[in-house]
Design a protein around this ligand. Sequence first.
Ligand code: HEC
Length: 177
Amino acid sequence: MARPRTLALVLGVSVLLFAAIQLVPYGRNHANPPDGSLVAFDSPATEDLAKRACYDCHSNRTKWPWYSNIAPLSWRIQKHVDEGREKLNLTAFDPAAKEMSEAAGEAGETVTKGEMPPNDYLLAHPEARLTVAEKKTLVAGLDRTFAAFAEGGEKAGNGEKGAKGEREDHERGEDKD
Ligand code: HEC
């Protein structure tokens, strides 16, 4: 049984630590960089869905929630946004960057597989949760939008297939991993 004084000490130290980590500069600058070249989406529907489910991490238009100001959560969120923008930036798209063109080719697939948006993000962002139909629309739209970056044509689901929204074979298929 901890004595009241010990408890008070532990609590006091925790509060001080929590206060101290708030002073770390990393993760506190939430000024979004200006847009670069925008991705030319195949349709407004695709763009809307991407805005809802992807833009917070894959664009320069991040909406920073209040808790993104609180360490240590702020550090994790900052890291996701930095990495997300680096891999695939939908409002500063650079097709010459190898990593980005590769990610573009895989974008639809990451949604099909349920890898994107990440699960922990969805917990905090119910508005980014997509219905099965919305997912299909987004996947087909991303495949069309980034058809030029699709690998080989069969792997990433090529434009034609995506255009018809027939992705069942792809969803079932174990063509990667
Ligand atoms: C919470 C932030 C977040 C959201 C929201 C998000 N992503 Fe990501 N995404 C990341 C991070 C971080 C990475 C890089 C690390 C990784 O691969 O997990 C990434 C990587 C990717 C990649 C590169 C391939 C890969 O797996 O590394 C693609 C493609 C991608 N995301 C597509 C999307 C799409 C499409 C959406 C919307 C449906 C989306 N992401 C939503 C954070 C996010």
